[in-house]
Design a protein around this ligand. Structure first.
Ligand code: GLN
Length: 297
């Protein structure tokens, strides 16, 4: 039987978790920088077996069953293929939100958490109407639904796979968000949506020339339609969103954008040229230009 012969070739020297972890860490050093390899492996083990680094240190004799060893073996194989660990364990955390992720959505980045924290700190009014354009996993929309004061939140995306993921994520986080499928580059479609107090977006902002600098695991696994601007116009989505905001953002409504670090000034310029006031450019935790906000005049 194919199945049996397959198991027969797996030769386990030990089923102790401490031993296996060390073994797999050594193998992963060929693919990742040491610290990263250990972190990824720890995330995997915690998710699969519930054991943190400390738990492993305190229980050096903990052993895995055959099926658990196989699970770990195949996951490490995927890591060697540069599959992001979040796609292997199918989840990640974003502020106080636990999210399911899959290959139809971008893995939420810590920079985006910073932008959402900024909105939570600033926008304290009750019942704000908020729209997140290009919602993906729903990370921004759900975190805002959870942390603003009784907001009404909409999430829009071109991808049906993303919207289905966002919908499940909203359900599991026990928040209500409205989801809408539309292509922001086709300005006739989104007319059905109403007016908003806040429009936020982390649109695709990676250009062809940035692509060469990107990591293998991002390019190979993450959805290209969420990352790359079609053509060479880095500001394409920002212009389209501002055009939409012309009709759908209330006067004095706020816009928040995550931006490509190379285009921060250009996006602030775009907002100012369209009559937005209090236009600000913020740096992320790595000191890179990353967020732009403005108030509709
Ligand atoms: N920040 C993401 C990256 O570094 C890009 C996200 C986006 O295009 N909106 O890959």
């Amino acid at each position: 039987m194919l199945f049996r012969s397959y198991f027969a070739v797996m030769q386990w020297k030990s089923n102790k978790l401490t031993y296996l972890k060390k073994q797999y860490a050594d193998e992963l050093y060929e693919f990742y920088e040491k610290g990263e390899a250990n972190t990824i492996l720890s995330i995997l083990i915690k998710s699969f077996f519930g054991f943190s680094r400390i738990d492993i240190a305190l229980n050096p004799d903990f052993r895995l069953s055959e099926s658990e060893m196989l699970k770990l073996h195949f996951a490490v194989k995927e890591l060697k293929n540069y599959k992001p660990v979040q796609y292997i364990i199918k989840k990640t955390d974003f502020l106080n939100v636990r999210l399911m992720v899959n290959e139809s959505v971008l893995i939420p980045r810590p920079e985006t958490e910073e932008m959402v924290s900024l909105i939570i700190d600033r926008d304290k009014e009750e019942g704000l109407h908020v729209l997140d354009i290009g919602t993906g996993s729903g990370c921004i929309a759900i975190a805002l639904a959870k942390n603003l004061k009784n907001p009404e939140v909409w999430g829009a995306d071109i991808s049906a796979g993303a919207l289905s993921t966002a919908s499940k994520n909203a359900f599991f986080n026990e928040v209500m968000i409205h989801l809408s499928e539309f292509d922001i580059l086709k300005p006739t479609e989104p007319k059905a949506l109403g007016e908003f107090d806040i429009i936020v977006s982390n649109p695709p902002y990676v250009t062809g020339s940035d692509k060469v600098l990107m990591k293998e695991n991002v390019i190979r696994f993450e959805p290209h339609e969420a990352l790359f601007v079609p053509g060479d116009d880095a500001l394409l989505f920002y212009r389209a969103i501002l055009y939409f905001a012309g009709e759908h953002l209330v006067k004095n409504g706020r816009i928040y954008f995550e931006v490509n670090e190379l285009y921060g000034e250009k996006v602030t310029g775009l907002l100012s040229s369209q009559g937005y006031t209090s236009v600000e450019l913020f740096k992320d935790i790595n000191g890179k230009n990353r967020f732009v906000s403005g108030v509709k005049g």
